[in-house]
Design a protein around this ligand. Structure first.
Ligand code: NAP
Length: 281
């Protein structure tokens, strides 16, 4: 089984490495070739999306957003019958558009975004939210098993992206709530660390608050999930909610993330929204 893997960023590079280590033949392509080169021990580094996809059985995309995925898919021009595992977070409209592009090309489309960040990707511990034709499952499973601890199959394509947005609304809200409680503690003259100490081990505790809150307290934001991409995801949540449901919390997170990005912190981890909460520039 040959896998063409497009996009070797924070998530894609370890995912591609894990697929290769599981014994599949992997060809990687990345716009910035230098980020694909470290994979040359386990995979073939291709010069173009089409060189990666030529003759491949499976195409995997793990790129920043819908337009980057569409561009790479068109450039890849995979053969009819190729299985396309679209694992980037692109939201609902782009998922529909990519599914239509796949149909036109005779490519089998599986919408399969992931939960988990840099470390779970490195440890093959992602949670794959798979959705697409039932008959695609046997071929997709070796790839999903190589990158994740579990795959949830949700039915027709589009349902994976729907659940991904639901989960992202939760992740974004947790990060923002952590930042605001730490910031409020500081503004009220308390040691902000008291917030994390006080929730520890009780019904209000959640591991994520300690991970992101720890980064906020340290003021160090090496990117697990870049703030720029988190802003994209908050926007996708707000767009998907439309007029159906009031997602005021997601809009508030988006405002903090946009402020952090505008201040030049888009490549830092999304925990850097704490800077916006503290009104740092
Ligand atoms: P990343 O490190 O910033 O990687 C982004 C990738 O997209 C890079 O390969 C980048 O290429 C490529 N790219 C961006 N714009 C492009 C364009 N116009 N044309 C071609 N390639 C382009 O981000 P990441 O964290 O790996 O995220 C990848 C996807 O996974 C995103 O959809 C993200 O929302 C999703 N995701 C991320 C996490 C996380 O915690 N990090 C978790 C779950 C899902 P260059 O190297 O050339 O810039």
């Amino acid at each position: 089984m040959t896998v063409a893997f497009l996009g070797t960023g924070i998530m894609g590079a370890p995912m591609a490495a894990n697929i290769a280590e599981a014994g599949l033949d992997v060809r990687v392509w990345n716009r910035t070739r230098a980020k694909a080169e470290p994979l040359s021990d386990v995979a073939t580094v291709a010069d173009s999306p089409s060189a990666a996809a030529d003759g491949a059985d499976i195409l995997v995309t793990m790129l920043a957003d819908g337009s980057a995925v569409a561009e790479a898919f068109e450039a890849a021009s995979p053969a009819s019958g190729t299985l396309w595992l679209q694992m980037s977070t692109v939201g609902l409209d782009w998922t529909d558009r990519l599914a239509a592009m796949a149909e036109e090309a005779g490519v089998v489309f599986v919408d399969a975004p992931v939960l988990g960040t840099r470390q779970p990707a490195e440890q093959a511990q992602l949670l794959v939210l798979g959705s697409g034709p039932e008959e695609s499952r046997p071929a997709a499973t070796p790839v999903f098993d190589a990158v994740g601890m579990r795959t949830i199959w949700l039915g027709p394509a589009g349902r994976g992206s729907r659940l991904k947005l639901v989960m992202n609304a939760w992740v974004l809200a947790l990060t923002n709530a952590t930042a605001e409680s730490l910031g409020l503690a500081r503004a009220l003259g308390l040691d902000p660390a008291l917030f994390l100490e006080t929730i520890k081990g009780g019904g209000l505790d959640v591991g994520y608050a300690h991970v992101k809150g720890g980064a906020m307290l340290a003021g160090e934001y090496p990117a697990s999930f870049p703030a720029g991409l988190a802003a994209k995801d908050a926007r996708l949540v707000v767009e998907a909610a439309g007029e159906e449901v009031d997602v005021a919390g997601a809009k508030a997170v988006l405002a903090h993330l946009e402020a952090a990005v505008e201040a030049g912190h888009g490549d830092e981890d999304m925990a850097a929204l704490y800077r916006a909460v503290l009104k740092e520039r």
